[in-house]
Structures are given as C-alpha cells and as structure tokens.
Design a protein around this ligand. Structure first.
Ligand code: NAP
Ligand code: MG
Length: 478
C-alpha cells in the first residue's frame, strides 16, 4: 500500500515511480508515502473501471451490489479504531472527530447499500397505443476528486452513492490526506467488491486531478473542493462535454433572533465553527445576532470560544491543527488583516502547552461587530474563526445572510413558527437548519450549494439519482 495507487485490486507504484510523503499536521513528521500518480496511471485506472463496468460489476444485480456495499459498511466498522488512528494522524483532527468520520463513512455504505435495489425508473402516460418507460441507468465510469478535510466522509458519500447506482469509479483523493481511503479500498476488496469497481490514484491536483477531470474515458465528474479549483474542473471536463457536480465552499450564517433559547444556541454555534478546526465547507462561520440580545449572546459565545483548547490529534482536545503550513499562513493572514482593520477580538482559545511546536496550530478566534462587507464576513477562512455581526430585523437578517457569494447552509434560531418558515424560504442556500445545525453528517439529507457553493447534490436518495441518467423508451404497441 505504501507509495502505491490502487488499480484493478492491485497496489501499483506510479508508472514513473514517484511518491509523495504524507505528513502529520500535529508535528510535521512523515507518516507514510503515496504514489504520485500521473496521466499514465489515470489511464490505467479509467481502463480498469471501464472493464469492471462492462464486466462483472456492471452485470451484477442491484441486490448483490447493495449487499456488497452493506458488507463494506460493516468492514469499515470492524476496522474502526485502525481507521480512526490513520485519519487522525493524517489530518490532525482530534480522535473524537475522526471517530465520528469513520462512523459516518460506514453509514454512507449502509445507507447506499440499502438503497441500491430501491432505485427505479417510471412509466409515463403518452399517446394512445404507446407505452413510455423512463429507465434510470448508471452513468458509466465516474471520476471523483475530494479534499483533505473529511477524507473518509467525502469518500463514503461520493463513492458509496456512485457504486450503489451501478457505476465504476476512479478517485483522486487530496495530496494532504489519502491514507484512510486507501485502506478502505483494501477493506472493500476484502468485502467482495469486484476488481476495477473502485480505483484510487493519489497524487497532485494539477497532475492526477487534471488528468482525471480532462479524461475522455469518464462519463461524470464529482468534485468536492474549493470554488477556484471548481472552475478549473469544469473547464477540463468541458473538453469532452463531461457533466460535473461541484460541491464547493461556504460562508454559512447562524442567524440568532431575540427570542432564541441562548442556552441551546451557543454550544451549537461555537461547535459549528471549531469542529475540524473550522475546515468544514458548512462551518457556521458567521454569527448574525439580533441587536437586542447581541451583548448577552456575545458574552456567552466569548466564554465558550475562550475556553477552547487546541492540541495534537492524540491529545483529543476541542480543536486540532489545520492541515498544513500554507493553510496556517492563510488563516493567520485573515487574523493579521482583521487587526489592521481594527476589528476587535472578543475571545481567543488557547494552545495547550504540551502541543508539539512543529505542528500547524491556530487559536480559535471570535471577532465582534464585523462589518458585513469585510473579508471576515465574506470570504471562506477555512479555519476556526467566527465573525459576529448584528441585525435589527428579519429583512436585514435575510439581506446579510444572502449577501455573500456562497450559498451552502444556514442556521436559523427562533421560536416564532412563521419566521422559521419565512427565513427557510428566503435564504438562498442548499440546506437550512431551524433551531439546530449540522455541519457534516446527515447521510440521509440531500446536500449541496447554490451560487459559488456549487451545483449538483450528494447524500440521501437525491445524491444517488445524480449518479444516474435517465433514458426514455417509447414503445408503439398499436
Ligand atoms: P482544493 O484545493 O480545491 O482541492 C480539492 C481537490 O482538488 C484536491 O484533491 C486537489 O488535489 C484537487 N485539485 C487541485 N487542483 C486541481 C486541478 N487543477 N484539477 C483537478 N483537481 C485538482 O480544496 P481543498 O483546499 O483541498 O479543500 C477545501 C475546500 O473544499 C473548501 O473550499 C471547502 O469548503 C471545500 N469543501 C466543500 C464541501 C462540500 O460538500 N460543499 C465539502 C468539503 C470541502 P491536491 O490537494 O492533491 O492538490
Ligand atoms: Mg497528512
């Protein structure tokens, strides 16, 4: 497995033998190596997937496909603690977060295993003497690119959904975090997944990623990552008119009205930004607080953020390091520029004294009274940084909530039923939570963005349908 890609059930070094070291963000130490796959390796993976799609895997009944996926779910649970250790060391996330991710990955395979034989087409009324059937078919070979923030969760939702729909898959995980998904590929093969149904070509985005998205042999691209790379992916796929689904970033608001139950709100709001060190597409990175309760809510939030402890993944504190040095510098850039614009820090967490100095740690930070146009209220920081803003009424809450380029998730906190519905309808996002918030997880819930947060849906049955394509059959039976 070390230094290899996984193609047609075999561990293969890159054609040119190159590898990339895998680093643990907690202490900047090398913990393994992956293949630096290139176009030749991607060609081999796409060919293996095509063979599986046209062969054993493509001919398998939906029931049998579902059984294999369910077994993979069980196999992941059987190896849960091993996967927790790998995921935590590779990404720096605290063990409890890695444990939640392993369980979510297993749940995706359970959910999609159970759904494989429930996916069906329909018949339609048409002219007299005709029968119309709309078949729901797999797309064929699907290419998948995932980021480093939740490797196992992203793997489960995109690969689980695609395999359940009957596709054969090629995945390029992020250069920064590959070890857990490579291990799951091996577990999946042991659960009876036929050779070639799942191929993994680790490597760089500009090499393996670009080769995969621009490959003429794939029928669909499922991309999860940044908005900037999403544009490159669409451009590459356009060469062959390959359809794409893009799951991109977010700047999700938590909108807290004056009648909200602050005891229930504040722990959730604090967790939704500190979870995974803020490196979550659906992180609740803006707290919009009604002016009548602003002072009280900020006192409570500041206390929570101020008490957060940061440390290495195995210390299992509230928050781990960010993924790498570049990301740390990027987050620190936001903090420096905020200080230059005289935006006040309301609270900062602390880095535990025994934390390795070589790691990539950032203190969770709460900023107060951030102007809605400031970059802290507009840009995805992708770190544990929460911007608090105020609003005076519902209309202003909607204007500020929608006043960003992204539209992924929103949280609304109010006891007023009419307002709950009005807000849910007015917010331009893919998911709205009322009196709760779910950053990550939610296997059953359709998920995806509008605007710069992307298009296409994953998770739930809607995600499954995106991995299929309809074919209309018109029969003139006289
Ligand atoms: P990223 O830089 O866009 O990378 C994502 C993936 O794309 C990585 O595997 C990367 O490879 C690859 N890539 C880079 N350049 C490429 C190219 N030219 N062609 C094809 N692939 C290429 O994003 P990230 O920094 O890893 O992840 C953070 C972003 O993901 C955030 O914006 C976050 O909001 C978003 N995200 C969205 C969701 C969602 O469901 N909406 C979920 C999670 C994360 P390398 O890393 O190996 O270079
Ligand atoms: Mg790593």
């Amino acid at each position: 497995m070390q230094g290899c890609a996984f193609i047609a059930d075999q561990w293969r070094p890159a054609a040119d033998g190159q590898t990339i070291d895998m680093i643990c963000p907690s202490d900047n130490k090398v913990i393994g190596a992956i293949a630096r796959s290139g176009p030749v390796d991607v060609d081999a993976a796409v060919a293996a997937a095509r063979e599986a799609f046209e062969g054993v895997w493509g001919r398998m009944t939906a029931v049998d496909r579902g059984r294999i996926l369910s077994r993979i779910g069980a196999g992941i649970l059987d190896h849960a603690e091993e996967l927790v250790g790998l995921e935590a060391a590779d990404t720096g996330k605290p063990l409890k977060q890695a444990r939640a991710d392993v369980l979510a990955c297993a749940r995706y395979f359970e959910f999609y295993g159970g759904s494989a034989d429930k996916l069906h087409g329909e018949t339609l009324p048409f002219l007299n003497g005709y029968q119309v059937m709309v078949l729901r078919e797999p797309r064929g070979v699907t290419g998948h690119i995932i980021p480093w923030n939740y490797p196992l969760q992203m793997f489960g939702r995109t690969i689980g959904g695609s395999l359940a729909a009957g596709n054969a898959t090629v995945l390029k995980p992020a250069e920064d975090a590959c070890l857990s998904v490579l291990r799951v590929a091996e577990i999946a093969a042991g659960c009876g997944l036929p050779a070639g149904a799942l191929n993994i070509v680790p490597g760089l985005g500009v090499e393996a990623g670009a080769a995969l998205t621009g490959h003429g042999g794939i029928d669909y691209v499922s991309f999860t990552g940044s908005a900037a790379v999403g544009i490159l992916v669409q451009q590459a796929a356009a060469k062959h008119h390959t359809p794409c689904a893009l799951e991109l970033g977010g700047k999700s608001p938590q909108i807290i009205f004056a009648d909200a139950d602050l005891d229930a709100v504040l722990p959730v709001v604090a967790n939704a930004i500190v979870q995974n060190a803020g490196q979550t597409c659906s992180a609740g990175s803006r707290a919009l607080i009604h002016r009548d309760i602003y002072d009280k809510a900020m006192t409570g939030l500041a206390e929570r953020i101020g008490n957060l402890k940061v440390g290495s993944h195995d210390m299992d504190l509230d928050c781990g390091p960010v993924i790498n040095r570049t990301q740390k510098q990027r987050v620190e850039g936001f903090l420096t520029r905020a200080a230059e614009s005289r935006i006040r820090v309301a609270a900062e967490g602390s880095i535990d004294a025994s934390t390795p100095v070589e790691g990539f740690y950032v203190k969770p930070t709460l900023f107060e009274a951030v102007p809605a146009a400031h970059e802290l209220a507009q840009e995805e920081v992708f770190g544990p940084v929460l911007a608090a803003l105020t609003f005076k009424n519902e209309a202003e809450a909607i204007a500020i909530g929608n006043g960003v380029a992204y539209g992924l998730v929103a949280g609304v906190w109010t006891e007023n039923g009419g307002r709950q519905l009005r807000m849910a309808k007015a917010l331009r996002v893919g998911q709205v939570f009322i009196n709760g918030y779910g950053a990550g997880g939610g296997i059953e819930l359709p998920f995806g963005g509008v605007k710069k947060s992307g298009h296409g849906r994953e998770k739930g049955f809607e995600g499954l349908r995106d991995f299929t394509i309809s074919k209309t059959v018109v029969i003139n039976h006289g």
